[in-house]
Design a protein. Structure first.
Length: 115
C-alpha cells in the first residue's frame, strides 16, 4: 500500500488549497478513504472521510462547510478541497486507509495558513 499526498503549501487566511492523495497497492475503489491532520504539539485528528463509491462523506465539525472530500476511483485518487482557510487549519495533512488489521498513512503534506 502506498499513499502519496501533494498540494500543500503556504496560503493566506481566507484562501483555498486542494490536496490530492494518490493511492496504489490495493483495490482503491473498495475502501473508505480519510484525511487527518496534525498540528504542532497536538494529536492527529480526523478531518474528513468518503466511502468507497463516494456517496457518503463525513467531516469534523471544525471543517464542515469549508472543506470538501471527493474521490476519483478511475485515478485512484482522493482529494480535499479546502476553502476559507484559517490559521488554525495549519497542520500536516495525512491520507489514510484502513485495511484490517492495519492503518496505512501517507508521508503527509504541510499546509500553512498565515498572512
Amino acid at each position: 500500500v502506498q499513499l502519496v499526498e501533494s498540494g500543500g503549501g503556504l496560503v493566506q487566511p481566507g484562501g483555498s488549497l486542494r490536496l490530492s492523495c494518490a493511492a496504489s497497492g490495493f483495490t482503491f475503489s473498495s475502501y473508505t478513504m480519510s484525511w487527518y491532520r496534525q498540528a504542532p504539539g497536538k494529536e492527529r485528528e480526523f478531518v474528513a472521510a468518503i466511502n468507497s463509491f463516494g456517496g457518503s462523506t463525513d467531516y469534523a465539525d471544525s471543517v464542515k462547510g469549508r472543506f470538501t472530500i471527493s474521490r476519483d476511483n478511475a485515478k485512484n485518487t482522493v482529494y480535499l478541497q479546502m476553502n476559507s482557510l484559517k490559521p488554525e487549519d495549519t497542520a500536516v495533512y495525512y491520507c489514510n486507509v484502513k485495511r484490517y488489521p492495519y492503518d496505512y498513512w501517507g508521508q503527509g503534506t504541510q499546509v500553512t495558513v498565515s498572512s
